[in-house]
Write a protein that binds this ligand. Structure first.
Ligand code: NAI
Ligand code: MG
Length: 352
């Protein structure tokens, strides 16, 4: 089992190191970790944020553990040399089209949610966001019309096969949870959404054990804060998913706790190939000070074990250790506490 470890820059370095210590503490037989530069560290060492050697290492691994990129010192660089291009490049080059973002409230953190505690406590959902299509990748332009007025446009499109492959990921996720899937679209107005809905209904026939419902995206945004307990797995396109996944994650707490997976179709010997990363960035404001909360990256490593290496039990162990540490008041800066990166890593390892 080979994990490509790409810490990146800023706090990416520190939080990845903590997650690697947790993986090493599990002492998994046959696990090898191989490091490579990415982001600003790669630009400084090799002149490119995603050097060919890093991409090759990532391609040849069973899974990728990614920290964060985005050093502000690179803001003056041309867009294709900026650190953020590394993560976008990895997602598209490796066809990682399914973004999984779980949102669950940890015990004792009710006060961190923007919602009332009794509502926040109900949240236990996963958003499955499509990552390789939609308006982000369609034709786009700002053009000048004959009368001199400018017009901007972005083409929203999905092919049947793009919808089908993300639908399968979502149905399988629902099978492994409470068996409910909500597909979010805007089929009352958009043709893209109508096709989306038709294909999801077609795919549903292969999953008779999953209960499917459909919801318009505006209503879904409302329901997420009104009655989030109704959701188990939510599947949606790139644009709607971008917005809803940020909304859902902030309903349960802090940026330092939220993990994510980007999965493709490729199966390895052990599970589904994927890239795992905290949802936060490289936080240049606190980088190098040992203050970053590594829990989001540690929880991303747990997702890696579950989805890419077939080690669900070990993933559960990590998640239990993290929630135990939180329940015991081991709180990072982002949660109003004082525990540093090393101390939080130690606290998790002690509870394994
Ligand atoms: P950010 O997520 O890096 O930081 C936002 C705020 O949250 C900062 O005050 C930071 O100190 C705090 N914070 C973030 N993670 C934390 C943690 N683990 N523990 C404690 N506090 C934490 O977002 P920001 O400042 O907008 O972006 C910084 C750079 O990161 C930018 O260049 C951006 O493009 C990049 N970025 C990279 C991402 C990635 O690598 N996938 C994702 C988001 C942003
Ligand atoms: Mg976003």
């Amino acid at each position: 089992m080979k994990i490509a470890v790409l810490p990146g820059d800023g706090i990416g370095q520190e939080v990845t190191q903590a997650a690697v210590r947790v993986l090493e503490a599990l002492d998994l037989p046959g696990l090898s970790l191989e490091w490579a530069d990415v982001g600003a560290t790669a630009y400084r060492a090799h002149g490119h944020p995603l050097p060919p050697a890093t991409l090759e290492l990532a391609r040849g691994a069973d899974a990728i553990l990614f920290g964060a990129v985005g050093d502000f010192d690179c803001d003056h660089l041309e867009r294709h040399l900026r650190p953020e291009q590394a993560i976008l490049g990895l997602r598209s080059e490796l066809t990682l089209f399914a973004n999984l973002r779980p949102a669950t409230l940890f015990a004792g953190l009710e006060g961190m949610s923007a919602l009332r505690p009794e509502i926040a406590r109900q949240i236990d959902l996963v958003i499955v966001r499509e990552l390789n299509g939609d308006v982000y990748f369609g034709d786009k332009a700002i053009e000048t019309l004959p009368d001199g007025e400018r017009r901007g446009w972005d083409m929203m499109s999905y092919t049947e096969s793009e919808v089908r492959r993300i639908a399968h990921v979502a149905f399988r996720a629902a099978q492994g949870r409470k068996g409910r899937l909500c597909s979010v679209d805007k089929a009352n107005v958009l043709e893209t959404s109508q096709l989306w809905r038709d294909v999801v209904i077609e795919v549903a026939k292969e999953y008779p054990d999953v209960t499917l419902n459909h919801m318009y995206v505006d209503n879904a945004a409302m329901q997420l804060v009104k009655n989030p307990g109704q959701f188990d797995v939510v599947v949606t396109g790139n644009l709607f998913g971008d917005i809803l996944s940020d909304q859902a994650s902030m309903c349960v707490g802090s940026i330092g706790l939220l993990a994510s997976a980007a999965l493709g179709e490729r199966q390895t010997e052990y599970g589904t190939f994927g890239l795992y990363e905290p949802i936060h960035g490289s936080a240049p404001d606190i980088a190098g000070q040992g203050k970053a909360n590594p829990m989001a990256t540690i929880l991303s490593a747990a997702m890696l074990l579950r989805h890419s290496l077939g080690l669900a039990e070990q993933a559960d162990r990590i998640e239990t250790a993290v929630s135990g540490a939180l329940a015991d008041g081991v709180l990072g800066l982002d949660l109003g506490g004082e525990a540093g990166t090393r101390e939080i890593g130690d606290a998790v390892i002690a509870r394994l």
